[in-house]
Design a protein around this ligand. Structure first.
Ligand SMILES: [Zn+2]
Length: 109
């Protein structure tokens, strides 16, 4: 599926937070799962890749999947309570800007 802009609910919680919406169904019950951190110097072909998945932490030098073509990136994987999509939020740097985008793949119904 094409990436989408991150959408935050207009509804603000009593603590002042906005709710992140699912890019597939627009629901707002997303559950955080695996988190991946990609860190490197500018244009370096390898760097530090850390995956936190439940109680497991894995580190390697493989930057495959880094949402940034040249710099650092962060990917948080979600499951949606309202649809079967596999959802990711990417936060990444490109040149002097930091971008946020949502992506998803259709899952089994
Ligand atoms: Zn959904």
């Amino acid at each position: 599926m094409p990436p989408k802009a991150a959408k935050l609910s207009d509804m603000v919680s009593s603590f002042g937070e906005n709710t992140l919406h699912c890019p597939a169904c627009d629901g707002f019950y997303l559950h955080q799962g695996r988190t991946e951190v990609f860190n490197r110097g500018e244009d370096a072909s390898e760097g530090t890749h850390v995956i936190v998945d439940g109680d497991k932490v894995q580190t390697d030098r493989d930057l495959t999947g880094n949402p940034s073509g040249r710099r650092q990136g962060l990917t948080i994987h979600f499951t949606c309570e309202s649809c079967p999509a596999h959802v990711q939020m990417h936060i990444y740097q490109h040149k002097g800007n930091t971008f946020v985008k949502m992506d998803y793949q259709d899952g089994e119904a």
